[in-house]
Design a protein around this ligand. Structure first.
Ligand code: UGA
Length: 464
C-alpha cells in the first residue's frame, strides 16, 4: 500500500519505518527541512533499537522523506497524522498542528483517502478533523477520518510497534476500516512473524497481533485511559513505597506479592523517582481537561500527578538525610534520560532533580549513556559531564542513580568504592540488592526499602 506519515517525531518516524518493514511504500513528511535533510542523509535522529537498521534497509527505497505534504497525499491512499500535541497552559492538548495538517490534506485530496489520527488526542478530535477538512474543500465521500492510537514506548518502540499488545482501529466507516486492516494485515494474520528476517520477538509477544475494532470516540479514549491507568499504577506503587519506608517493609517484596495476582500483573509496578517523558505527564493533564470539559471532575488523576511530583521531593530529602547539608557537596549523577534505553530528557525526573541540587549549591558530575548531548543543552554550564559511570563517581560525596539503564545495574562495585570520597549511593531506581551493596562497604539508600549501612562484620545492620 502507499502510505503517508505526517510528522517525523518518535511515533511518526518509528511507525513509518515499521510500515516499510511490513512491505508498504511509505512517504514520511515533516515541515522541518533540517529534520528531513538529516533523514535523507541517512541519519537516525533518535536513539531507538532497530531503527537505524530499518532506516538503512528502506531509506531512499520504499521509505522516502520529504517536506512536500500535498504531493505525498496525492500519492497515497492512507495518511497518518502523527504530529505533536504539546500541552497548552491550561493543560489541554494544543491541536493546532493537527488542524493545519488536516487543512492541507483536505486541499490536496485526489480520490478517496483515509486520514488516520495517530497522535494522542482528546476524544472527538476525529469529528473536529472531519469538520476542518469539510470546510477546506474536502468533499463528502472523498475521505474518512479514523483513529488508530499508538501504544509504543520509547526505547522499545520498534519492538512495541511490530509486536503490539493490540492494534486499535476506531472508525465509523467500513471502507476505511478495511483499508487500515490491510495496512496491519502482516501483523494480524501473523505472516510477518513467519519471515526469516523478522525482527526477533520479545518475551510474551502476542502472535498474531490482536485487533480491536471500535468507534472513533472509544479508540481516542482507549489511548488516554491506558496512559492514565499506567501512570496511576506507578503512583500507586510509589505511594506504597513511602509507607514501606515508615513501617520498615520492603516495597520490592510487596510489589512481587502484588504482581503475582493475575488481576494486577507485575508490569509498571516499579517504584522510583516518578514517571516522566513526553507522554504520561502531558496525557494526564490532557485527560483531566477532557474529563473537566465533559462535566466530570477526575480528581483521581490530580492525585496521581501530586504523588508523582512528591516522589522527586522524597528523593531529595533522602539525599539530604545521607549528606546532612547539600551546599558545596559534590554529587555524581548516573542517568539523565527519563528512563533507560532512550536519549529523551523531556519531563525527565532526573533533570528536575539535578536542577534542584544545583539550586542548593551542589557540584554535579553527570553521566548518561545516551542523553548527555540533549542534557547539555538544557543544564547550566557548571554541570560537568563524565565519560562513564566510574568517572562520574570520582571524588564524589554521594552517587545518585536516576535512570534505570542496564549498565548502572551492573557496575563493578569493587572498582567503584575507592573512587568515591564517601561511599554513599542513593538509588532512585532500586537497581541493587541492598545487602549486596553493603558487602562492598557502601551506605545504600533506595526507594521503599530500609536504608543500609556497611559493617566490618559480615552482618549487615538495618537502619530506619
Ligand atoms: C508511554 C506508554 O507506556 C506507551 O504505551 C505510550 O504509547 C506512550 O507513553 C505514548 O503515549 O506515546 P513512554 O513514555 O515511552 O511510553 O515510557 P514508559 O515506558 O511508559 O515510561 C514512562 C515513565 O514511567 C518513565 O519515566 C519510567 O521510568 C516510569 N516508570 C515506568 C516507572 O517509574 N515505573 C514503572 O514501573 C514503569
Amino acid at each position: 500500500m502507499r502510505i503517508t506519515v505526517v510528522g517525523c517525531g518518535y511515533v511518526g518516524l518509528v511507525a513509518a519505518a515499521c510500515y516499510a518493514e511490513l512491505g508498504h511504500e511509505v512517504i514520511c513528511v515533516d515541515n522541518s527541512a533540517e529534520k528531513i535533510g538529516a533523514l535523507q542523509a541517512g541519519e537516525t535522529p533518535i536513539h531507538e533499537e532497530f531503527l537505524p537498521e530499518l532506516l538503512k534497509d528502506y531509506g531512499g527505497k520504499t521509505l522516502r522523506f520529504t517536506t512536500a505534504l500535498s504531493e505525498a497525499v496525492r500519492a497515497s491512499s492512507v495518511i497518518f497524522i502523527a504530529v505533536g500535541t504539546p500541552p497548552c497552559a491550561s493543560g489541554e492538548a494544543d491541536l493546532s498542528s493537527v488542524e493545519s495538517v488536516a487543512r492541507e490534506i483536505a486541499q490536496s485530496l485526489t480520490g478517496y483517502k483515509v486520514v488516520v489520527e495517530k497522535s494522542t488526542v482528546p476524544v472527538s478530535t476525529n469529528d473536529a478533523i472531519r469538520r476542518v477538512m469539510s470546510l477546506n474543500k474536502g468533499a463528502r465521500g472523498a475521505f474518512d477520518v479514523i483513529s488508530n492510537p499508538e501504544f509504543l514506548r520509547e526505547g522499545t518502540a520498534v519492538i512495541d510497534f511490530l509486536y503490539p499488545d493490540r492494534i486499535v482501529i476506531g472508525s465509523d466507516s467500513e471502507r476505511a476500516t478495511a483499508l487500515l486492516q490491510q495496512v496491519y494485515c502482516p501483523l494480524t494474520d501473523g505472516s510477518y512473524y513467519k519471515r526469516k528476517d523478522a525482527i526477533p520477538a520479545p518475551d510474551h509477544a502476542r502472535i498474531p497481533a490482536p485487533l480491536v475494532l471500535t468507534s472513533a470516540a472509544s479508540a481516542e479514549l482507549i489511548k488516554h485511559a491506558s496512559n492514565a491507568f499506567l501512570a496511576m499504577k506507578i503512583s500507586f506503587i510509589n505511594a506504597v513505597a513511602s509507607i514501606c519506608e515508615t513501617v520498615g517493609a520492603d516495597v520490592e517484596e510487596v510489589r512481587t506479592g502484588m504482581g503475582l495476582d493475575s488481576r494486577i500483573g507485575p508490569r509498571f509496578l516499579h517504584p522510583g523517582i516518578g514517571y516522566g517523558g513526553s507522554c504520561f505527564p502531558k496525557d494526564l493533564s490532557a485527560f483531566r481537561a477532557v474529563a473537566r470539559e465533559s462535566g466530570y471532575d477526575f480528581r483521581l488523576l490530580e492525585e496521581v500527578t501530586r504523588i508523582n511530583e512528591e516522589q522527586k521531593q522524597r528523593f531529595l530529602r533522602k539525599l539530604r538525610k545521607a549528606l546532612w547539608t547539600l551546599k558545596g557537596k559534590h554529587v555524581g549523577v548516573l542517568g539523565l534520560a527519563f528512563k533507560g534505553g532512550t536519549d529523551d530528557i523531556r519531563e525527565s525526573p532526573a533533570i528536575g532533580i539535578v536542577e534542584s541540587l544545583l539550586q542548593e549549591g551542589v557540584e554535579i558530575t553527570a553521566y548518561d549513556p545516551a542523553a548527555m548531548d540533549r542534557a547539555e543543552q538544557v543544564l547550566p554550564p557548571t554541570v560537568k559531564f563524565a565519560c562513564d559511570a566510574y568517572a562520574a563517581a570520582e571524588e564524589v560525596d554521594a552517587l545518585v542513580i536516576l535512570t534505570d539503564w542496564e549498565e548502572f545495574a551492573n557496575l563493578d562495585l569493587r572498582r567503584l568504592r575507592p573512587l568515591m570520597h564517601y561511599p554513599i549511593i542513593v538509588d532512585g531506581r532500586n537497581l541493587y540488592d541492598p545487602s549486596a551493596l553493603t558487602k562492598y562497604g557502601f551506605f545504600y539508600m533506595s526507594v521503599g526499602r530500609p536504608d543500609m549501612i556497611p559493617q566490618r562484620a559480615p552482618n549487615v545492620r538495618r537502619v530506619a
